[in-house]
Design a protein around this ligand. Structure first.
Ligand code: SF4
Length: 312
């Protein structure tokens, strides 16, 4: 079989090892060297261009039905659990805890649950909304496993590395939020980021109130492509008397966007995290769909007030 292997950034270091194994099994193997952001980002165009029979996508569970033959190889990582002892005294005042993690550690949730239960805690594990597949699993764009149990818990524990995944869950919940990073050996509450990101969102909205020309980002990535939303936003912006165009790319490059000087603000319809995590990579407001709707609402209110003042 002619295979195209695709690895997320953290697993690219093992690409050759897997390629060799599949070659020994009689396959012809190619490795995608493009950036890979998730199972939403299958290299279908590359696979078609090299006439591959199948994409073998490592490290993620299926996200979205693709019009191509794809095999998903999930990657379990057994992280050390010694940081749980450090987390425990920080959770003294909380009785019911919500546990969340990424796909790589979701198999460790039963052991982590047992650990906290042995120390008198009640543990809740929520269900994802749809893109993520397993109870307790979160994605940057599916934090249902946390949001669905927000009311029932006193605090959250995210077990895993980095800030990308917990940040999405943090911004969609209201309770104290502890991250336990087993490899970086870090245990800390990250609640203060809620205020930081709320402030950033307000700042973007205020700045975008002066914009008259909007660029709407539409990605060709199979699991992120949302042309209907891009068209709807264009229509809403134009109805408000402003200009908008739809900008197409597979992976948006912020230098190229910066070169598009006519646009005074950008609106994201691709991975929802772009408008949150990358908003300061371009010197112009980079808004989510909700944020641009807020901008249009405020503009309409301002216009109504101006008209009232001018009416004799
Ligand atoms: S957060 Fe973004 S990159 Fe990650 S799975 Fe969701 S759409 Fe893809």
């Amino acid at each position: 079989m002619r295979l195209l292997l695709q690895f997320p950034e953290g697993l690219k270091q093992y690409a050759m090892m897997h390629a060799k194994k599949l070659e020994q099994e009689g396959n012809e193997v190619f490795i995608s060297a493009s950036p890979t952001f998730g199972a939403c980002d299958l290299s279908i165009d590359e696979a078609k261009n090299i006439h591959a029979d199948k994409i073998v996508h490592f490290g993620h569970a299926e996200f979205h039905k693709a019009d191509f033959n794809v095999e998903y190889i999930e990657y379990n990582i057994d992280a050390p659990l010694n940081m749980l002892d450090r987390a425990l005294p920080l959770l003294n005042e909380y009785e019911t805890l919500g546990l969340i993690t990424t796909i790589q550690h979701v198999h460790q949730l039963p052991v982590i649950k047992e650990f906290f239960e042995k120390h008198g805690k009640k543990i809740l594990i929520g269900k994802p909304y749809g893109f993520a597949k397993k109870p307790g699993q979160i994605l940057g764009c599916d934090v249902g496993s946390a949001a669905s149990i927000d009311r029932g818990v006193d605090a959250f524990i995210y077990f895993g590395g980095g800030m990308f995944h917990p940040l999405g869950a943090l911004l969609n919940t209201t309770k104290p939020f502890l991250i336990v990073e087993p490899f970086a050996e870090k245990v800390e509450f990250i609640d203060s980021y809620r205020k930081t990101y709320k402030g950033r969102s307000k700042g973007k909205i205020l700045k975008a109130l002066d914009a008259k020309r909007f660029g709407i980002l539409l990605t060709t990535k199979n699991g992120q492509h949302n042309e209907a939303l891009a068209k709807l936003l264009k229509e809403k912006i134009e109805k408000a008397g402003l200009d908008a165009e739809i900008l197409v790319s597979n992976t948006f490059d912020f230098i190229s966007l910066g070169n598009m000087l006519e646009f005074e603000a950008f609106v994201n319809t691709a991975c929802p995290r772009i408008a949150i995590d990358d908003s300061d990579r371009i010197g112009k407001p980079l808004l989510s769909a909700n944020e641009v709707m807020e901008v249009l609402k405020i503009k309409a209110e301002q216009k109504a007030i101006r008209n009232q003042v001018m009416t004799p």
